[in-house]
Write a protein that binds this ligand. Structure first.
Ligand SMILES: [Zn+2]
Length: 415
């Protein structure tokens, strides 16, 4: 029986969604708002045309389940929410591609695939309103910090628990959504790359190896304030000089395939007529390999101590945030590459700089993988975010092949 996959329909539905939820500044599907609720009912309507069970879990994630011959589940996940003034593809591309794949599987297997297939729309992936990304997936995966999340407030002073109540979610019970993963055996997520790697290689699709680990620190150099006119250059304890030397150094440190960013620099007293007494910079370092990331951090610490010594100033470090790299499943990565090669000849393996829901699911122990499709301009979280329509169609086709391979993989592992 020929499969009924129609990638053009996905592109048409993405445009339909854009017409419904974007204004002249971009997508406005911010989680827990009216537009988001409207987005969800639009999606539900589409899903109701299929013989799937639809429900919202304890964390507000929307699930559509097509029961198969086995209880073992293949999950396809994404997010319908966007940042304010967001792009038309971030998150929803995956959900709508997943919808199309559900239609194909339902048609091909006459409503009864070999394994159970579920589509999940995670709640509040972006964290745009409360500053906490991956809310729904981290609640489901069990890694959500309840103390921290309970205290989150938006710009108007509305707390996260209150906002959740408005959409029928009881904050204190969000982790009960964890039971949704009980039979999950594989998780697939398709996403726009949001960076320029595939664009620069002129390739439409890539298989994602995992998400970067992150080390985020504040580094403070302590010198001595002194008059800018009366203090000779050789008598200064210039905190800024030591901090400034870190700038070329991080390009050296990042040459191992990671990234390093000094995103902020503040000086005290911060006036034009004084040598800098105190200079605080922030350092964000990311790499896919935990030991390389640890070495990058060590090198930055050693460099800061060296520059402090050279300038007779002191240096101190504070960790702001940290997360380990999350590696995706090797079998799924291989199948993802095969699906890409069968669809468009050549693929590429790449890490993800941004975090995604897939990282939370993988941390919960479910084998996971992501597929990236090229982003034009390498830009996202912006209304100019875009991908060529032919690439959108290719990614739906390749992602569908990956879903089919994964179902066969799950069926094989069960026997
Ligand atoms: Zn996203």
């Amino acid at each position: 029986m020929s499969a009924a996959l129609n990638p053009k329909r996905t592109v048409a539905e993405l445009k339909e969604l854009r017409a419904l939820t974007a204004d002249e500044n971009g997508a406005q599907r911010v989680a827990f708002t009216k537009t988001w609720v409207a987005t969800r009912s639009w999606l539900r309507q589409k899903l109701e045309a299929l013989p799937v069970e639809i429900h919202t879990d304890a964390a507000g994630n929307l699930w559509a389940t097509l029961r198969g011959g086995s209880e073992r589940e293949l999950l396809i996940g994404g997010h319908m929410d966007s940042v304010p003034n967001g792009g038309w593809l971030d998150g929803c591309l995956n959900v709508l591609a997943g919808l199309e794949i559900l239609r194909r599987i339902n048609a091909q297997y006459a409503g009864k695939p070999p394994v159970t297939v579920r589509l999940v729309d995670w709640a509040d992936e972006e964290g745009a309103r409360f500053g906490k990304s991956l809310f729904g997936s981290s609640a489901c995966a069990g890694s959500l910090n309840m103390e921290e999340a309970r205290r989150l407030k938006d710009k108007e002073g509305i707390g996260l628990p209150e906002a959740l109540q408005d959409v029928g979610v009881d904050f204190e019970h969000v982790k009960e959504s964890g039971k949704e993963l009980k039979n999950a055996r594989a998780y697939l997520e398709l996403h726009i790359e949001q960076g320029p790697v595939l664009l620069d290689l002129d390739l439409p699709l890539g298989a994602v190896l995992g998400t970067f680990g992150v080390e985020r620190h504040a580094i403070t150099f302590h010198g001595q304030a002194a008059h800018s006119g009366s203090t000779p250059m050789n008598r200064r304890k210039d905190a800024f000089l030591a901090a400034a030397k870190m700038s070329p150094e991080i390009y050296q440190i990042a040459s191992k395939g990671g990234v390093c960013t000094i995103g902020s620099c503040t000086t005290k007293p911060g006036i034009v007529t004084s040598v800098v007494e105190e200079c605080r910079i922030t350092l964000d370092q990311r790499h896919l390999d935990a030991s390389t990331l640890a070495r990058m951090l060590q090198e930055a610490k050693e460099a800061s101590a060296r520059f402090a010594r050279e300038g007779t100033v002191k240096v101190s470090w504070d960790r702001l945030w940290q997360i380990e790299p999350v590696l995706f499943n090797a079998d799924l990565i291989r199948m993802c590459c095969e699906a890409i090669e069968e669809t468009c000849g050549k693929g590429h393996r790449l890490p993800s700089g941004p975090l995604h829901d897939a990282a939370e699911v993988a941390r919960a122990g479910v084998p996971a993988v992501m597929m990236f499709v090229q982003s034009l301009h390498g830009i996202s979280h912006n209304k100019i975010e875009d991908t060529k329509e032919e690439h959108l169609e290719l990614c739906v086709t390749a992602f569908d092949k990956l879903a089919e391979k994964t179902m066969a993989w799950l069926a094989r592992r069960a026997s």
